[in-house]
Design a protein around this ligand. Structure first.
Ligand code: ZN
Length: 511
């Protein structure tokens, strides 16, 4: 191959500052691909990549010759802070591989952007700066970011362009990779970027960051209306509030074609508009007792629609444990039946079900080895209804066409009435296949409960549109009720923790 030599790499972690450390083992278990294996995966069917690299490679392949230089990608999805030693080894490896790969024309980094490490609040900035240091000022460096990124100035400085997702639930990872490839071609043809960056002191509850409607949807729409002419990209990142990081806060990053003033003007206008709209970033959750009453009513009257309960506070997609039992216990207590729960993260319980085999009846001890006090143990009679290796290809929404791996998985029927999907790899439930691959028919149940904050919506909205979806107020490491969270490291003052604060867009926004 000829054409530009582009290094491909990725580091993805959304750090929950209150969750246990993300170890190298966790990164390697969840996603680790390198070299030719990485290249073959992103060019093949059912890729394990979240989508950015797939879109980037497909677009580059379609637009002319290039020489991909695949390094390594890894993701711990959402977890605690990355282990510092592991992170430093990863950066050192990237440095070595980039040095060996020179001369390069460009680097594409698939990042999440809300990572912390145990000794570094800005590992994304550290990684981007290391890449820049090795490749020098003239090699084009573009990174894609999750919409929940906690963007800091080093990340903007070290790159030519940042491109964040526009959708939540996230369904545009591939498209953003395509955008990154088009931008890479444009930059290689001579365009030089100018960047503006504003960090807003707003800590939004996670449930207020949907892009279909609400204040964040309006901000994203206004940003996209600014794109065109000199403006190449507008990325408004909602932040990941539970990171508990000095980089918390909504951010606006604008990339322009050579025109600093245009970038500055758009960034300032958008930031001022979001600040003026801050009162709309609210969480409205349903108490568990009310959820029980709603579910009892739905069970008693078949003419009422089936319901979906989102356990948003225990979303593994935000680093929570995925095994709080409060809603489940309340449903069992109330005698509710014909309801299915997914997921419950409980490795020993899944292993026991596999050991006992399909059809076995036993006393299930939920959370027998879980140490988080929010994940209460529960003892209940159970039957093993189905077993799987937890691996399937998603069919709707964020995971559509992508391989999902929950590890050894079991469908248990509890107290003869409620089914739960017990998994061995801690991940949220965003795809209906999580239920269906174990024989649960979502058209016949009266209700489901999912451990997910919002990504489930794109997977389940055909059967459970917004009007049938209830966000419950349970315990968990990602509760959007931010007044309850013992933040230590977020910048202060910060709205709404400091409701009387004032703020103005800073004079200097150019980066
Ligand atoms: Zn996200």
């Amino acid at each position: 191959m000829t054409g530009p030599r582009i290094a491909l790499m990725g580091f993805m972690l959304e750090t929950n500052g209150f969750a246990p450390v993300a170890t190298e083992e966790e990164f390697r278990e969840k996603l680790w691909m390198e070299g030719e294996e990485l290249l073959a995966d992103i060019r093949g069917e059912g890729s394990r990549d979240p989508g950015g690299l797939c879109g980037f490679a497909a677009s580059m392949d379609g637009a002319g010759p290039w020489t991909p230089v695949p390094l390594v990608i890894t993701s711990a999805s959402a977890s605690g802070p990355a282990d510092q030693d592991f992170f430093e080894r990863y950066v050192a490896r990237i440095r070595r591989e980039l040095e060996a790969a020179m001369p390069l024309d460009g680097v594409y980094i698939e990042a999440h952007g809300a990572a912390s490490a145990t000794g570094d609040f800005d590992p994304d900035g550290t990684l981007f700066a290391a890449v820049r240091e090795v490749v020098g000022p003239d090699v084009k460096v573009i990174a894609t970011l999750d919409l929940h990124a906690n963007v800091g100035p080093r990340m903007v400085e070290a790159t030519d362009m940042l491109i964040a997702f526009l959708t939540n639930p996230h369904v545009d990872m591939y498209e953003r990779g395509v955008e990154a490839a088009a931008a890479m071609r444009e930059l290689l043809a001579g365009t030089r970027t100018k960047k503006a960056f504003v960090k807003l002191p707003i800590l939004p509850p996670s449930v207020s960051l949907l892009t279909a409607r609400g204040p964040y949807a309006d901000a994203i729409r206004r940003g996209q209306e600014s794109v065109g002419g000199p403006i190449m990209n507008v990325s408004i990142c909602g932040n990941f509030s539970l990171a508990d990081s000095p980089k918390n806060g909504i951010s606006v990053t604008v990339t322009a074609r050579g025109d600093q003033q245009a970038a500055d003007r758009v960034a300032r206008e958008l930031a001022a508009g979001i600040w003026a709209d801050r009162e709309r970033f609210q969480a409205n959750l349903t108490p568990i007792a009310e959820a029980v009453a709603m579910m009892k009513a739905a069970c008693a009257d078949p003419s009422l629609p089936a319901l979906l309960f989102a356990d948003v506070a225990d979303n593994p997609g935000g680093g929570a444990r995925g095994n709080t039992t409060d809603l489940l216990a309340a449903f069992l207590e109330a005698g509710i039946g014909n309801v299915a729960f997914a997921i419950h993260y409980d490795r020993p319980l899944a292993a026991e079900a596999h050991r006992l085999g399909k059809g076995a009846r036993f006393t299930a001890h939920l959370n027998s080895e879980e140490s988080d006090p929010g994940s209460k143990p529960l003892e209940v009679q159970a039957q093993v209804m189905a077993l799987s290796d937890g691996t399937f290809v998603g069919r709707r929404g964020m995971m559509a066409g992508r391989t999902v791996s929950y590890g050894p998985t079991a469908r248990l029927r509890l107290a003869g009435r409620i089914d739960i999907v017990v998994v061995s790899v801690r991940q949220q439930c965003a795809d209906p296949m999580t239920f269906e691959h174990l024989g649960i028919d979502l058209k016949t149940v009266r209700g489901i409960a999912v451990k997910s904050r919002g990504h489930f919506r794109a997977g389940f909205d055909d059967l459970f549109p917004d009007a049938r979806t209830i966000e419950i107020d349970g315990p968990g490491l990602v509760t959007p009720m931010l007044a309850r969270v013992p933040f230590r490291n977020v910048p202060r003052p910060l709205w709404p923790l400091d409701p009387d604060m004032t703020w103005e867009v800073p004079e200097k926004v150019a980066v």
